[in-house]
Ligand binder design. Structure first.
Ligand SMILES: Nc1nc2c(c(=O)[nH]1)N[C@H]1C(S)=C(S)[C@@H](COP(=O)(O)OP(=O)(O)OC[C@H]3O[C@@H](n4cnc5c(=O)[nH]c(N)nc54)[C@H](O)[C@@H]3O)O[C@H]1N2
Ligand SMILES: Nc1nc2c(c(=O)[nH]1)N[C@H]1C(S)=C(S)[C@@H](COP(=O)(O)OP(=O)(O)OC[C@H]3O[C@@H](n4cnc5c(=O)[nH]c(N)nc54)[C@H](O)[C@@H]3O)O[C@H]1N2
Ligand code: SF4
Ligand SMILES: [Mo]
Length: 762
């Protein structure tokens, strides 16, 4: 193993940005244990030097007044007192065991498990669910992406089949409900958009109710009415079918169910549906023809269709658009990608094995339960209710729908534990707060490795000495499991074998011995992460113990994608290729290419045995047929549609707490059309009340010609109470509701919140 030492002195180093799913490589200057300068890392195999303005401010994440430095326990008077780790772990373990043994697994839920940059801890946190005999994993992905995952399960055979889009190579791109200029989500977004814009042979179409920064770069902007995407996309599919624009060869060779799709969509009243979106019928016909005929077309979507009406149906329609056009499995089209870190699993609700929740009878999708139902599962599920919650890397009291409902639910718990780096709004409700090392003080990575045909991975090493009395999540959860007596304190035989074994023998002796231990005691299998951490992990240089679980993942990946891993340049055989990959991951500080596939390999990634896509999804046909009756128009009481959560240049989820990180938009203003504003006689900078059926907040207005009339927008990522003060910017989820959500996936309609605006003197 390499002896590349970790140093904490002044130096130049590399790491990655932790603010969005792109995780761009960073080249950093460190002085006096601080980020002095941050630029893009040219050596990063994917971002290649690219960054946006947000990354330069990362010192505001690393050090601020809300950083936690010691374990805290709530006192009778509501204040927090510092306690030792030993006391915190033992008391929490005792209470967890008591709750489990008295009320059973349904009494425990985990919330969170990794934001945009930290997924290593989740591998350890997940074990607590097994220890509690619970299956309730609530996660932020289940308030945005699970509708999409559910559709993937039906189309491709597994909810772990995840799609990607080759925007960089496409001739014709549809951006539907996404603003990559600000939100990114595609490789080197601003450069990619610029290249498409400059090239006369490539076309970019943006479907967005607002004239966004991305729309400004587009060849065509379709400024549709909010919440009407399902009408528009189903009309587009109907046009493709009626005009025989679909790819017959592709459909015949690679899919089942086309006839059912045809039958369902030929009934769509095309013009009526396009008019519902309030856009040009002629223009939509032209877009469909050009998209279908393009050599390389692809579709990129995000919250604009996932946080609005018909979420799951939208996910289906968007995928049908590219599948029917045959824009799949080639360069410049949509594709599937490999999964190195198994973030998603397949939990098909038709399989009775996946138990449902007590109150809502909700099923998991890709292993996750939706935040929209948790307050009811705590407050309304009677004896079988959720009584203990562990929150990690998540701030549900600000980010989950209906803050008031969450406050009430979390107050009623028998036990709330928060693992975070900062004193968050959620932490203030906790019984115990466990302080974690920051993402730049420990080994860390993200599982957002979403590329195809070349996929990559970036393991980050610690940059700074840990602050205060903090621990890594690997250590926190392993200590808890030990204190709960679900794993022994020591594994003398395994530890001894680990010390002697090495990469030279591909760790055969170690994994052989681990297999024997598991065969003898099957109950230990779910706790493999902590066992490997405590044994093999100890033998890794530079305190990299927490990364040991990557070794079996590398072995699995290399076995599954043997040719593609070799194609990426690793030398090895069936026995040791995974070990070589693991060594490269530990050594190459700017990240690695994991695998290099051929586009045609995409068919191997489909989970159905015959490698064919199932186009027909009966549940979606039902939703499609119900579209006609859907009420759309805002009511007189709430005449505006609020986008509750726009991505802007100075918001980044809840990762930055210190408001000083922002160069602009300190108040997180409400964007509105000037004509709408004139009705209230307000100008930019003036305050209004924004009122929903659920709550009321004050908002500062900003006039924006790019907003459609009747539509207003507030940014995501504000409302934090820095240093325990008043909320800074809008507390969005005081306005949202747990009920206002997609019927199937239960993901919220945050981009379709009916509101009323009032003058303060009204
Ligand atoms: N700067 C910044 N970047 C981020 C984040 C951040 O907090 N700040 N967060 C990250 C995360 S967690 C996510 S999930 C992504 C989200 O990334 P995006 O989804 O791209 O970002 P949003 O601004 O939430 O929404 C995209 C667009 O949807 C449009 N929209 C609203 N309603 C509708 C509709 O009915 N139909 C259509 N077609 N469009 C509609 C909005 O006008 C908006 O421009 O961003 C990531 N990147
Ligand atoms: N109304 C409305 N609500 C929304 C949205 C919206 O558009 N509108 N967007 C939604 C979306 S798409 C998302 S993804 C969610 C995001 O919301 P959340 O899932 O709550 O996630 P983050 O904002 O990423 O918050 C991450 C937390 O992790 C902590 N943290 C940072 N580093 C570490 C670490 O190393 N270890 C630990 N243990 N903790 C750490 C941070 O301090 C922070 O408290 O918000 C959702 N909520
Ligand atoms: S916020 Fe996203 S796009 Fe910007 S530098 Fe960080 S990872 Fe890259
Ligand atoms: Mo998100």
């Amino acid at each position: 193993m390499s002896k590349q030492e970790i140093s904490f002195s002044n130096r130049n180093d590399v790491t990655a940005c932790i603010l969005c799913s792109r995780n761009c490589g960073l080249s950093v200057e460190i002085e006096d244990n601080q980020f002095k300068k941050i630029k893009g890392d040219d050596q990063h195999p994917f971002s290649q030097g690219y960054i946006c303005q947000k990354a330069a401010r990362l010192q505001h994440y690393q050090k601020h007044a809300d950083r936690l430095t010691a374990p805290l326990k709530r006192q009778a008077d509501g204040s927090f007192k510092e306690i030792s780790w030993a006391q915190a772990i033992q008391e929490i373990a005792d209470q967890l065991v008591h709750i489990r043994d008295t009320f059973g697994g349904t009494a425990f839920a985990s919330v969170g498990g990794g934001g945009q940059g930290n997924h290593l801890g989740a591998a350890y946190g997940r074990q607590l669910l097994y220890a509690m005999k619970s299956f309730y994993a609530y996660n932020s992905l289940a308030q945005e992406k699970t509708g999409d995952f559910w559709v993937n399960g039906r189309l491709f055979g597994s909810q772990a089949c995840h799609t990607t889009e080759d925007v960089e190579y496409a001739d014709y791109v549809l951006f539907i409900g996404t603003n990559p200029f600000q939100a990114h989500g595609i490789p080197n977004a601003r450069d990619t958009l610029k290249h498409i814009k400059k090239d006369p042979n490539r076309t970019m179409v943006v479907f967005d109710p607002r004239v966004t920064e991305t729309a400004k770069q587009a060849d065509i902007h379709v400024q549709l009415k909010p919440g009407t995407d399902a009408y528009l996309m189903s009309a587009m599919i109907a046009i493709m079918l009626r005009e025989n624009l679909y790819d017959q060869q592709f459909i015949q060779k690679h899919t089942h169910g086309f006839d059912e799709v045809k039958q369902a969509f030929l009934a769509i009243p095309i013009e009526e549906y396009i008019q519902k979106a309030d856009v040009s019928v002629e223009q939509i016909y032209q877009i469909v023809r050009d998209f279908a005929k393009a050599k390389r077309g692809c579709v990129r979507i995000d919250l604009g269709i996932q946080h609005t009406l018909n979420t799951t149906l939208n996910g289906y329609l968007e995928k049908l658009l590219y599948l029917l056009a045959g824009h799949f499995g080639q360069q410049g089209t949509n594709n599937l990608h490999t999964m190195f870190i198994p973030i998603l699993t397949h939990t098909d609700e038709r399989n009775p094995k996946y138990r449902r929740t007590v109150h809502h009878k909700m099923f998991p999708i890709s292993g996750f339960f939706p935040p929209n139902i948790l307050p009811d599962e705590i407050l309304k599920a009677g004896e079988k209710r959720v009584r203990a919650v562990f929150v990690d890397s998540c701030n549900p009291l600000l980010t989950y729908p209906d803050t008031a409902a969450y406050e009430q639910a979390f107050k009623s718990l028998d036990l709330l534990v928060v693992v975070d780096v900062a004193m968050t709004e959620t932490a203030r409700f906790a019984d115990y707060i466990l302080p974690a090392h920051s993402q730049f003080e420990k080994w860390e990575f993200t599982g957002f490795n979403l590329e195809f045909p070349k996929n990559g991975f970036h393991l980050r090493h610690p940059l700074f000495k840990a602050q205060g009395n903090t621990l890594s999540e690997a250590e926190i959860y392993t200590r808890l499991l030990e204190a709960m007596n679900v794993i022994p304190q020591q594994f003398p035989i395994l530890s001894k074998i680990a010390e002697k074994d090495s990469a030279k023998t591909a760790y055969l002796a170690y994994f052989g011995a681990l297999g024997v231990s598991f065969a003898k005691n099957k109950k230990l299998i779910p706790f493999a992460a902590s066992i490997v951490y405590r044994t093999l992990g100890k033998t890794l240089p530079n305190d990299a113990a927490a990364t040991a679980l990557l070794l079996p993942l590398c072995m699995q990946y290399a076995a599954q994608h043997y040719q593609a891993v070799k194609q990426a340049g690793y030398q090895g055989n069936r026995l040791n290729l995974g070990v070589k990959l693991f060594q490269a991951i530990l050594q190459q500080r700017s990240g690695v290419v994991l695998s290099q596939h051929e586009y045609a390999d995409v068919w191997q990634l489909i989970a159905y045995k015959d490698k064919k896509i199932r186009l027909a999804i009966p549940e979606m046909f039902v939703e499609l047929s119900q579209l006609k009756q859907q009420p759309l128009v805002p009511t007189d009481d709430y005449p505006f549609i609020l986008f509750a959560g726009e991505r802007r240049s100075y918001n980044a989820n809840q990762i930055y707490r210190d408001p000083a990180w922002r160069k602009v938009d300190a108040e997180g203003r409400l964007r509105m059309n000037p004509e709408d504003a004139s009705e209230f006689a307000v100008e930019t900078g003036q305050t209004l009340q924004c009122i929903s059926e659920h709550g009321k907040i004050l908002v500062v207005v900003e006039l924006d010609e790019g907003m459609r009339k009747g539509v207003v927008s507030l940014p995501h990522g504000y409302g934090l109470r820095y240093r325990g003060g008043e909320p800074i910017g809008p507390e969005l989820n005081r306005l949202t509701s747990t009920q206002h959500c997609d019927p199937l996936s239960k993901t919220p309609y945050h981009k379709y919140v009916p509101v009323r605006l009032e003058r303060l003197d009204a």
